[in-house]
Design a protein around this ligand. Structure first.
Ligand SMILES: [Zn+2]
Length: 280
């Protein structure tokens, strides 16, 4: 009984200053705390604190504990070792899955960018064809606009097919040129449309659209990863910016040893005529 307001049955909380029954000040020690206070730690120990139950900070929940905290709890016996182990393993597996999913998504992004670069060229070609069609219509030609319309229609269909393909299959491009992807059927239909044009009209066409003259060569036009180092560096940067775990490991620091001058440092000898030196 140190002070008058502390009886066997009530106590005043040092935090909220409220006087409450003593049982609200009791709490169970963790095994680690019990051992710290000199108990064997195999029996739960009840202690009486200075703050009441509502002022006492809540104990950290298992799911909020870091792996390191869980390991410490397992070592002290407050958490069964098996529980801690399974929680740590589960968390590690989940983190790895998340990381992997992120990486895969990043690859899909990159492949989509590579596909888009090729399809952009295809769209440019289609735009040029469309411009030629309007020009030849204005010039009063009949057969050429009809052919260019058919040509554009085939390419539009192929573009839609390719876009659907890369967005659903999520793969890297197969070829390095968009012309290589155009199906045989589409090529046949383009050639048929060309044959429908009268001979004198065909002869007048100066620039023959590429799909009429293109010779497919899947082997020669296989897609290759960009060799341009600048492009590669840009891709690496993008990957690392999105996922720091993709960064290459930092080189280990090397320590060089150097010999320190002897301590205490050797002082120069005192000259005999020190008084003269000092001007005395
Ligand atoms: Zn209190």
């Amino acid at each position: 009984m140190e002070e008058e307001y502390q009886s066997k049955l009530i106590r005043t909380c040092t935090k909220c200053k409220e006087t409450k029954p003593l049982k609200e000040f009791r709490y169970k020690l963790t095994r680690a705390q019990a051992k710290q206070q000199g108990y064997a730690g195999n029996v739960l120990v009840t202690a009486e604190g200075k703050v009441c139950v509502s002022c006492r900070p809540a104990r950290k929940k298992l799911r909020d504990m870091t792996n390191k905290e869980l390991m410490h709890k397992a070592a002290s016996g407050d958490v069964p070792a098996l529980v801690a182990k399974s929680r740590i393993e589960k968390r590690k597996a989940e983190t790895n899955l998340l990381r992997k999913a992120g990486r895969v998504a990043r690859w899909h992004e990159l492949w989509a960018m590579e596909w888009e670069a090729q399809l952009r060229e295809m769209r440019t070609h289609m735009r040029k064809i469309s411009q030629r069609k309007s020009l030849s219509t204005k010039l009063g030609r009949k057969a050429l606009p009809a052919f260019l319309t058919a040509y554009g229609k085939e390419l539009r269909r192929e573009l839609a097919r390719l876009t659907l393909h890369y967005k659903t299959q999520r793969c890297r491009p197969t070829y390095s040129r968009w012309e290589e992807y155009i199906s045989l059927e589409a090529r046949e239909r383009i050639k048929d449309a060309w044959q429908l044009m009268p001979m004198d009209e065909r002869v007048r066409v100066r620039e023959i659209p590429v799909m009429l003259t293109y010779r497919p060569d899947p082997e020669a036009n296989k897609y290759q990863r960009p060799k341009n180092t600048a492009a590669l560096e840009a891709r690496k940067k993008l990957l690392i910016a999105n996922d720091p775990s993709m960064a290459p490991p930092k080189p280990k620091r090397t320590y060089e040893t150097r010999t320190l001058p002897p301590y205490p440092p050797e002082l120069p000898p005192v000259p005999d005529d020190i008084e003269k030196w000092l001007g005395l």
